[in-house]
Design a binder for this molecule. Sequence first.
Ligand code: ADP
Ligand code: MG
Length: 697
Amino acid sequence: MAVPTLADAGQVPVSALSGVGPKVAEKLAARGLATIGDLWLHLPRQYEDRTRVTPIRHLRGGVPAQVEGVVEAVEKGFRRRPMLRVALGDGSGGTLVLRFFHFRAAQVAQLAVGTRLCCFGTPRPGQQGLEIVHPSYRVLVDDTATVLDDRLDPVYPAIEGVGPQVLRRLVGQALDRLPADDGLELLPPDVLETLALPSLRDALLYVHRPPCDADLALLAAGRHPAQRRLVLEEMLAHHLSLRRQRIALQAHRAPALHPGPLAAALQAALPFALTGAQMRVHREVLRDVGRRKPMLRLVQGDVGSGKTVVAALAAAAAIDGGRQAALMAPTELLAEQHAHNLRAWFEPLGVRVAWLAGKVTGRNRAGVLDDIATGAAPLVVGTHALMQASVAFHDLGLAIIDEQHRFGVHQRLALRDKGAGGDRVPHQLVMTATPIPRTLAMSAYADLDVSAIDELPPGRTPVQTVVLSSERRGELVERIRLACTQGRQAYWVCTLIDDSDEVVAQAAQTTFEQLAAALPELRIGLVHGRLKPAEKQSAMQAFKAGEIDLLVATTVIEVGVDVPNASLMVIENAERLGLAQLHQLRGRVGRGSTASSCVLLYQSPLSRMARERLDTMRTTADGFVIAEKDLALRGPGELLGTRQTGLAEFRLADLVRDADLLPAVHRLGETLLERHPDLAERVVARWIGSASRYAAA
Ligand code: ADP
Ligand code: MG
């Protein structure tokens, strides 16, 4: 159905607008604004109410206003930095100061005493009454009065090289070319009616040109029906795009894997019984890999929930089926630990486990690569090094990625492609201990299946968390002395804002020396990113073996490290870490049966955000609660990593604020894919572009 529609008006390049030459077009393109349709979707950040003029006497701090007046005095200063101050009077009995830090000579000439100005901005208390820094202003010639608008003026996100007035005019021109509803609308009318939302055309016009009685507070909160209408469509576009990616993956084939003697032997040899949650997830994984369609499953489970063994059992099924399995972890320490554990499980059963990291070099490396290429090593564990071109698998049937939030989509795909051939790809199992809030999981991961290990192995005791000012460090050292002389083991985690390895390593070194001096009776170890892998490993081994009482470490120990006897953790400068990281770190203790505690040391003064984070840590241990809080405090882009999901690329939608629209988005997605695949395609193209970043997935 290639009938051109009016919606194609949106595909017209911006250069069709008057005033857009190659230069402006380039500036716009740099911000992703290539077509007129892109301009429709470049939405105002806020609005200026120019429907009236406020007398200077009535101005209030913090309340944006339009003012008309005459320049009474001008002062130009260059003391510390250039500054221009202009006093404006309007006969109402007040004076307003306009202050500029950047200005051109022409501007100074223009703002002479006696000039009449109309300006707009938000007054703040200054040295001499209210002042506006960098107001937008217009010189009024002769005795023309300010022309009052009959609607609110949109303020667009700034674009370098395109002035605000020009931008406003261009968006205005683009809006004038908005087709009528039937040429623009992609959503079924009954859906919009049920949700009480306007058509796309009405929504766009409202958001760009709100009437003067519009509810600015509602608009500022992003909760206006016109905005929700746009958000709905944007979320739908992302959802459909992920669904499409999934459908594309499903077109591939994968080897059907079934557990055999090895899987049975491994399960029998485990020193513990699987928890109910592990069993459930294990079954879900087996069901997936037993099919000829590629699995793409995310296993989430809080720190310590026991994801590794589920992965190991899946790997055993792959090996039983005559294929290879690979496990990739984001840090060397974690990968080493996995290699160590998997060797302990698999080698007694006669399965060779290959280990590959950047540090494996020379003859050693050649041997490992050979084992991987010939299939002599059915199980391969490693870091990013596994993705290197020199690594070729004999027959990779299952790619496992641990702590996948540390990797980008492309890295996951790079490992997957190691097992690809013809239309065949390996199964993929990705694991994360960063619990994804349900709302986010539904939209961010519409392309994969999610399993949750939502139960901890038995015998764990909750970690008691204390928040302590760093001034009380002395007391804390005494407490550690006591705990360690009673046979407990402790971590002391050093963090810094500057997270260059070298600086942090230095700080850890210093802390190590101080603690060693204060606690001569304890055996103290040190682990940081600057140590050689062998040194790191031997310190970790010694700690695990109980030969070290207190381990001073940087956040390299954050992911996955498992020492059940460690029951005390101190985190220095805890106020500087995000919730996810704090939760990860704290997960290193509370793994054994002793009551554990975690002390969050902070430097005063605490920012409000930092206080909230520490409070959250103190009051809950539930990874999902923490993730929800993290999402609320930081926003989804940061939580998931923008590389990974592109979530930060939402123009309008905010997954926290707009979570209530998700069920409608999902229903709508089903309907469109079933009944109107052509419309689905166009929704994606409109919001994400045909060169979707998912295209390569
Ligand atoms: P994570 O989910 O954080 O990766 P791990 O897989 O490292 O957790 O498991 C944490 C610890 O719990 C390991 O020492 C592991 O051997 C142990 N473990 C896993 N499953 C069970 C279980 N069902 N019962 C007892 N201990 C278990
Ligand atoms: Mg783990």
